[in-house]
Ligand binder design. Structure first.
Ligand SMILES: [Zn+2]
Ligand SMILES: [Zn+2]
Length: 370
C-alpha cells in the first residue's frame, strides 16, 4: 500500500519541449479504420499516485490480436497495448523518481474493495486495465503510445539495468501471469520421492515457454510442453522443457503421471488430456481459456482423482515484483531476448500487427519513440 500513496506535492513533468503524446486508439472493429493515431496533451501536473512513463518498447500480446480480430471485446475508444517498459519522466508517487526505468502492472486497483482486500487486486471492483480502458476514464493507459500515464493503484516496478527492453517488455503480462499460476501450485514432495516434480505445459507460446522455465527453476525434474505447432516445439528445449506433439502425447506421458498441468493454449480440447495425465491429488491451473467457450470439464474424473482446478487471470503487484526478480536472476540461462522478433516504429503499427498475426514470432515489438 505504501508505494501507492502519492506524495503530498503534485509534480511538474519535465517534458515541456514536447507536451504531446502519440497513441494508437482502437475505435472498434465495426469502424473503418479500426484504429487511428491520435495526439494527446500530456498532463502539465500529475495528481498524487500518478506516474508518467515514456515507453521504450511495447510488445504485441495475443490478447490484442483477439481484440483486433473480434474474439475479445474491450471498451472503446481505448489505447491498445499492455506489455511494455519505459522511463519515468514524472512521478507523483513516493519511491519512484524521474529517470528510473520501470515496468507497470496491467491492473490499476483501488486497494480498498472486497476483492482487493482478499488479494485479488486483479479483480478490483473498480478495476482499470492498461490497454482496455476507455480514454475518457484513463487517457494514455495503453502501451502502443509514446507515453503511459499510470493511474494511482497501478503497481510500478523499477527495472534492473540488465533487463534490456526486449527482456523487460513482456514481463508485465506473460511472465507475471505465469508467476501467479506458479503460486497456485502446492509444495511438491522433494526430488526423488514418488509422485514428485513432473509438470505438463499445454501450449508452447510465450506463456508456455515462461511457464517451462518457472517450473524448472522451481525444482520440477521433468517439464513436458505440448503443442500442435512443430516449429514452436523446436524452441521448447531451450527453455528447459521436453517437447511433445499431441500425436505422441498418450505414448510419452502415461495417465496419472503428472503432478501439475498448466493450460496456456486457450484450446478447450486439451482439458481432457490434462485431466488424464494428472495423478490423484494433482493440480490443474487454467490460464489460457479466456475467450468465451463451452469447455467441458470431466467432473467425475475431477472428483474421483481428488484434483484441484484453479483459474488464473492476470496477477497482482506481488507477482509483478517476483517476475522482475525472476528475469533478473535467470535471463542468462534461457534465450528470453530471442522471443521478441521484429520491432516496428509506432508509425508502422499496421505492419507490426500483420507480422504478429503471421505467427512467425513469439512477440513483435513496437517502438513508440519512432
Ligand atoms: Zn497480454
Ligand atoms: Zn479494489
Amino acid at each position: 500500500m505504501s508505494e501507492e500513496n502519492g506524495t503530498s506535492d503534485t509534480c511538474t513533468p519535465t517534458h515541456e519541449q514536447n507536451p504531446y503524446g502519440r497513441s494508437i486508439v482502437f475505435l472498434g472493429r465495426e469502424r473503418s479504420p479500426a484504429f487511428v493515431t491520435e495526439s494527446t496533451r500530456l498532463p502539465a501536473r500529475l495528481t498524487p499516485g500518478q506516474v508518467l512513463v515514456k515507453v521504450e518498447l511495447a510488445t504485441i500480446c495475443g490478447s490484442d490480436l483477439h481484440t483486433l480480430n473480434g474474439t475479445r471485446t474491450t471498451s472503446q475508444p481505448c489505447v491498445l497495448g499492455h506489455e511494455g517498459s519505459g522511463l519515468v519522466i514524472a512521478s507523483a508517487r513516493e519511491g519512484l523518481r524521474e529517470g528510473q526505468r520501470v515496468t507497470w502492472g496491467v491492473c490499476a486497483s483501488c486497494n480498498k474493495c472486497l476483492h482487493c482486500s482478499i488479494g485479488l487486486e486483479n479483480k478490483c471492483k473498480t478495476l482499470q486495465k492498461c490497454g482496455h480502458t476507455v480514454v475518457s476514464a484513463a487517457p494514455l493507459f495503453g502501451t502502443y503510445s509514446t507515453h503511459v500515464l499510470c493511474p494511482p493503484g497501478t503497481p510500478v516496478v523499477p527495472l534492473p539495468p540488465a533487463l534490456t527492453p526486449t527482456l523487460a517488455a513482456p514481463i508485465n503480462c506473460a511472465l507475471a501471469t505465469m508467476v501467479n499460476a506458479l503460486s497456485k501450485v502446492p509444495p511438491s514432495p522433494p526430488l526423488g520421492q514418488p509422485g514428485a516434480s513432473v509438470a505438463l505445459v499445454q501450449g508452447a507460446g510465450m506463456l508456455g515457454l515462461y511457464a517451462s522455465t518457472l517450473l524448472k527453476e522451481a525444482g520440477f525434474s521433468k517439464v513436458f510442453c505440448v503443442d500442435v505447432n512443430r516449429v514452436r516445439l523446436t524452441r521448447v528445449v531451450d527453455f528447459g522443457a521436453i517437447p511433445v506433439h499431441p500425436d505422441q502425447e498418450e505414448e510419452v506421458i502415461p495417465a496419472g503421471s503428472v503432478d501439475v498441468v498448466f493450460e496456456v493454449c486457450g484450446n478447450k480440447e486439451v482439458v481432457s488430456q490434462g485431466v488424464r495425465v494428472l495423478r490423484e491429488g494433482g493440480t490443474y491451473v487454467l490460464v489460457g481459456l479466456v475467450c468465451p467457450s463451452d469447455a467441458h470439464l470431466p467432473v467425475t474424473a475431477l472428483v474421483l482423482k481428488c484434483l484441484t482446478v484453479v483459474g488464473v487471470h492476470n496477477y497482482t503487484a506481488k507477482h509483478l515484483h517476483q517476475a522482475v526478480t525472476f528475469m533478473e536472476r535467470h535471463h542468462d540461462r534461457y534465450p528470453f531476448a530471442s522471443l521478441v522478433g521484429l520491432v516496428y516504429p509506432l508509425s508502422d503499427f499496421r505492419c507490426a500487427v500483420e507480422a504478429a498475426r503471421s505467427g512467425q514470432f513469439f512477440r513483435v515489438g513496437v517502438n513508440p519513440q519512432q
